[in-house]
Design a protein around this ligand. Structure first.
Ligand SMILES: [Zn+2]
Length: 205
């Protein structure tokens, strides 16, 4: 079985900076990677006692770094992006929801839209309501851009459900989601969802 190192253990390794076989001590350090761009916190590494440079990365830390890289790559590959254009009045409604719930702007709007997507993917009834609300009034110009990153799983499930209900483009989908949220908050059509929104607002403020 491989030896598991711990903080303050000592060893020796050739330090590339000091160019000698240096005494090393194992310490926790944050490691920054460039590809993928990633910061792995508190990784146990061998530090040169003389110059304080990182000289060795033990196997256990290597495994942690590899695993963080795999997770980051997987996330990047499986993520989906929803791009929509919405009329200015709906965009303002999105802002009004945020204000009403005293939440932090962008962060809350994104969390809320993900929550509504997840509701839609679970409920055909909710999806039908979103379709009904996605209809735009004539003459309203879709002038505002909404861009939302979601997990691959949520993206697939929500878009499948939306399509099954006749919502075929992402702009219509986002219009319907914002209009549904606005109704939930301002007419209290769903006290349950309103309560969840209040929790999300607290969690992102
Ligand atoms: Zn050194």
């Amino acid at each position: 079985m491989k030896r598991v190192l711990k903080e303050h253990d000592t060893g020796s390794a050739v330090c590339p900076k000091c160019r000698v076989l240096a005494k090393t001590t194992y310490r926790y350090r944050d490691i920054s990677l460039t590809s993928p761009k990633l910061r792995v916190r508190r990784v146990l590494v061998g530090v040169c006692d003389k110059c304080r440079g990182t000289v060795t990365i033990p196997w256990q830390s290597n495994e942690r770094i590899q695993s963080a890289v795999r997770v980051a790559r997987g996330r990047a590959e499986s993520a989906g992006r929803i791009e929509a254009r919405v009329p200015s009045d709906l965009y303002e409604r999105l802002r009004l929801i945020t204000t009403k719930l005293e939440a932090r702007d962008e962060a809350f709007a994104h969390v809320m839209l993900r929550f509504y997507l997840s509701q839609l993917s679970r409920s055909p009834k909710f999806a039908t309501r979103v379709r009904r609300l996605s209809v735009v009034r004539e003459g309203s110009r879709a002038s505002q851009r909404v861009s939302l990153r979601v997990s691959g799983k949520l993206y697939d499930q929500a878009l499948k459900q939306a399509q099954a209900c006749g919502v075929t483009d992402q702009s219509a989908l986002v219009r319907g989601l914002i209009a549904a949220a606005y109704e939930d908050v301002f007419t209290n059509s769903s006290p349950q969802r309103r309560a969840v929104l209040e929790c999300l607002a607290d969690a992102t403020s």
